[in-house]
Design a protein around this ligand. Structure first.
Ligand code: TNX
Length: 721
């Protein structure tokens, strides 16, 4: 029996191996298949040269073999060494009948080689239960990255992600040869790193809602929500990342995005009477005053501590989306402008950047900045510019001679939704993994290319907090397989042809991600309806499930379905924790747009009147935030018959600018109203109403929402199918 199992495993390994070898993500520079195989046995040893013990440990975490230091003999082993003739991140990986050798230009190169070896092994190396013996086809790989900066930015402010969550994210980035994690540690909604010289920054600013001076913004309104990393946590994260060839770049986002800091330390704001109070009493000013010397002293304390905590040569000081309106009204900023001979308030941002960059340099680091801060001439040459607004913004920074990280939102913001029917932002674009994979540097001149440090993608987390309780992790759904595409572009310097790349995903990488425990996004199944028969198919070996309107539960799809009502069916696919969005005939997802009149106890905003919401598709506002007892009323010209009617206050993508609490009422005659549900994330719905609905009212029961208006949306009306 034992022999049979061995034999079966060997045959299976062999069959699948032929395709594994070519399914490496990102594509290695040079791969040559050789004759023969090498079998890793339970007795195979990981032999490392001196000083490479931690690389051996890392490999052994996935491939539980005995480790020993090289002592002259290594036949039949997996040998880890460095080779001075290779560049730092370069590696050679050789598999022959005699054994496996990985040579790296340094421990970093060796790490890259180990990641490639893991991809050549059964995907269970990622779930910690790889079965040995494992047979590998002989090959020779020579590989090195096109870019030295291959990054990902994680916003841990809008949604708090604890140490363990970040470490797990890091471990998965490492499997994709991403070597920088840009940690967005401060923003309007949270301060996430302990500062010992100013403990209140994190102790108070790390939390929002309830008794915190920081307003809750996107969810968990009735919680004291948040958290922060202690110095000890940061050291642990930094070390964990370093073992995986990942450098962590900390970001403090200033002088804009400082609402949090300003709530904790109001004195950082400009010196004028706040005219910008939200109707629930919050001071909405959020830009640090440029003219206050104390502000630079505070920042010096922060930067000093960050410089000690993070070994990275960079400290990112933000600089995006800075509004100058507060500086324009501040007598101190105005006096500073006169003293410095500035003609535009915008120049105050350059002044701020220059001052803070000098502090960063004083502590032996270079500043990282968002591209807006590179517009003037405030940056020292050693600065690293992050181009997020557009491809052009990236090119402009390189033309100025700045080392630039390319991350235009329309290709690399993975908080964007992946199709019209999915969730997330859409201000930059709506795109799936094909888009980042299609990124190329065609528009860049050689001169500009010389300044490209690399490529980065990001996940901003405003839309995440209200989705934390999903039965899958929305962070991973949004970021994979888009990170696989990022990895290809960042490592190879160009994308790949989609069909070829998708084949690698389907044949091998999906099962690796399943083993990594990643709740990634699958592509939707293809659905067809012809001659009364509904068929669904998928090409990725995932399972297809379907739901029928009005019926409970999900069923496994095994054969075509004969039906006169295809519009009642929605299909999706699943594989491990991964799933696809729903697909079906177009009618299944259609909406009604009955004529409606919107009125409210709150007057409308002059700029964005809610009477416009009638136009279906626009976002409109009230003139102040909601108070207990306020209401918004939707009256239909003609009573509507529907299977579901949903109303939401706040933005479409995230529960911001909502009625924080309240309920929904419906009326069938336009006069008497019946309460049908509580607001959740600003919205509520009625399913299968028995009669046509004439009017819907949402009533507010909690004053305030941290802003000075409520967003009003058109009602969502779903037809009876
Ligand atoms: C723009 S990216 C921002 C962030 C938002 C993000 C949402 C950048 C430098 N600023 O503050 O979270 O869009 O996609």
């Amino acid at each position: 029996m034992r022999y049979f199992r061995l034999f079966a495993a060997a045959v299976m390994a062999f069959v699948v191996l032929e395709s594994w070898a070519v399914d490496i993500i990102p594509t290695p520079l040079k791969y040559e298949k050789r004759n023969g195989v090498f079998t890793i046995l339970t007795t195979t040893k990981i032999t490392h040269y001196q000083g490479l013990r931690s690389s051996a440990n890392y490999l052994a975490e996935h491939l539980p073999l005995q480790i020993r230091e090289y002592n002259g003999a290594s036949a039949g082993d997996i040998v880890l060494s460095t080779n001075k003739n290779l560049s730092e991140e370069e590696y050679f990986l050789d598999i022959s009948q005699q054994g496996i050798t990985i040579e790296g230009g340094s421990a970093a190169g060796l790490h890259n080689g180990i990641e490639t070896l893991l991809q050549l092994l059964p995907s269970t190396v990622y779930s910690g239960d790889v079965a040995l013996p494992a047979m590998l086809t002989a090959c020779h790989i020579e590989d090195r990255p096109r870019f030295e900066y291959r990054g990902f930015m994680l916003d841990v402010c809008r949604t708090w992600m604890d140490k363990e969550k970040v470490k797990r994210f890091i471990s998965n980035l490492a499997h994709h040869k991403i070597n920088h994690l840009h940690l967005h540690l401060s923003d309007d909604e949270g301060w996430r790193v302990e500062i010992k010289s100013h403990p209140e920054l994190a102790e108070v600013g790390g939390f929002r809602g309830v008794d915190s001076p920081v307003a809750a913004r996107y969810g968990r309104w009735d919680e004291h929500y948040g958290g922060y990393y202690t110095h000890e946590d940061i050291r642990e994260i930094v070390a964990y990342a370093a073992e995986r060839n990942i450098e962590i770049i900390p970001e403090i986002d200033l002088p804009g995005h400082s609402h949090n800091l300003a709530r904790v330390r109001p004195e950082v704001l400009c010196n004028y009477t706040p005219g910008l109070k939200a109707s629930d009493g919050y001071d909405t000013r959020s830009v640090m005053c440029v003219a206050k010397e104390e502000n630079y002293a505070l920042l010096e304390d922060v930067i000093r501590e960050l410089s000690e905590l993070f070994p990275s040569p960079y400290i990112h000081i933000g600089g995006d989306e800075v509004s100058t309106s507060q500086w324009e009204r501040c007598p101190d900023c105005q006096a500073l402008m006169r003293r410095e001979g500035m003609s535009e308030a915008r120049e105050l941002q350059d002044y701020f950047t220059r001052r803070v960059a000098a502090i960063v340099e004083k502590y032996g680091k270079h500043p990282g900045v968002w591209n807006e801060a590179a517009r003037g001439n405030a940056l020292p040459q050693g600065a690293l510019v992050y181009g997020w607004e557009s491809v052009k913004a990236c090119q402009d920074a390189t033309s100025k001679g700045y080392r630039t990280v390319v991350m235009p939102g329309e290709y690399f913001y993975f908080d964007m939704r992946q199709s019209r029917r999915e969730e997330g932002h859409d201000w930059a674009a709506i795109f799936d993994a094909k888009k980042p994979l299609s990124f190329g540097f065609e528009k860049f001149t050689d001169e500009q290319m010389a300044h490209v440090a690399g490529v980065q993608a990001s996940f901003f987390s405003e839309a995440y907090i209200s989705r934390l309780e999903y039965d899958y992790d929305f962070l991973y759904y949004q970021t994979y397989p888009r990170i696989c595409a990022l990895s290809e572009v960042a490592w190879c310097g160009r994308g790949a042809e989609w069909e070829e790349f998708y084949a690698r995903l389907k044949n091998s990488h999906y099962s690796r991600m399943v083993a990594m425990g990643i709740d990634f996004r699958l592509f939707p199944p293809t659905v067809n309806y012809k001659d009364g028969v509904l068929t669904a198919s998928t090409d990725d070996r995932s399972h297809i499930y379907y739901t029928i309107l009005g019926e409970q539960g999900e069923q496994l799809y095994t054969q075509p379905i004969r039906t006169d009502h295809p519009e009642r069916y929605a299909f999706l696919t699943r594989s491990g924790g991964a799933h696809s969005p729903e697909a079906g005939v177009a009618k299944r997802f259609s909406r009604l747009q009955p004529k409606v009149k919107i009125t409210s106890s709150i007057t409308e905003s002059e700029r964005f009147p809610y009477s416009n919401a009638e136009g279906y598709g626009r976002i409109s506002r009230t003139s102040r935030t909601g108070r207990d007892g306020d209401w918004i009323l939707y009256t239909f010209e003609q009573a509507v018959e529907c299977r579901r009617l949903e109303v939401r206050t706040g933005n479409l993508q995230l529960p911001r600018y909502i009625f924080n609490a309240g309920y929904m009422e419906v009326s069938y005659d336009g006069k008497t109203f019946t309460r049908v549900g509580e607001l959740k994330n600003g919205g509520a719905a009625i399913d299968n109403p028995k009669r046509a609905i004439k009017a819907v009212r949402v009533v507010c029961t909690e004053s305030g929402n941290g802003a000075d208006f409520v967003t009003v949306q058109e009602p969502m009306v779903f037809p009876i199918l």
